[in-house]
Design a protein around this ligand. Sequence first.
Ligand code: BTN
Length: 149
Amino acid sequence: MQVAAILLLLALALVTPSSSAERKCVLAGLWINDLGSNMTINSVNEAGEFSGTYHTAVTAGNGEIKISPLQGSQHRENNSNQPTFGFTVNWSFSDSVAVFVGQCFVDKDGREILKTMWLLREQVGSLGDDWKATRVGVNVFVRRALRRE
Ligand code: BTN
């Protein structure tokens, strides 16, 4: 009888989805943000470094949008399941650079979400135009494709 009870508990533990606090937020994968921009993050290495690509849905310039490379790092000592990170996008179709900082969260339904803040520096021709060279904002990313466990 006791064995049956233990087996039942074990089975229940196996089928019960883990809570959001237990599930790890993983940066690698395909993401889409509130502007419709798509981002791919490749695997994060032992040092927390990663690379990827960014396909923005919008641009401040007139040039044709092209997929641009990104380089970033996830906090290494942050053993939390909801790590902080930062990455730089070096736009391949404009002379600007954007940096993003953020944190990966798992919401109450187990969905991963990246809350980020960005700073974009555009190249200007003179010191006098420096005042208009930076923009700032926030973006929220959700996972586009299911991640492999
Ligand atoms: C440029 O216009 O000079 C390059 C493209 C910038 C796109 C910005 S970066 C912050 C914001 N989030 C996005 O997904 N796209 C815009």
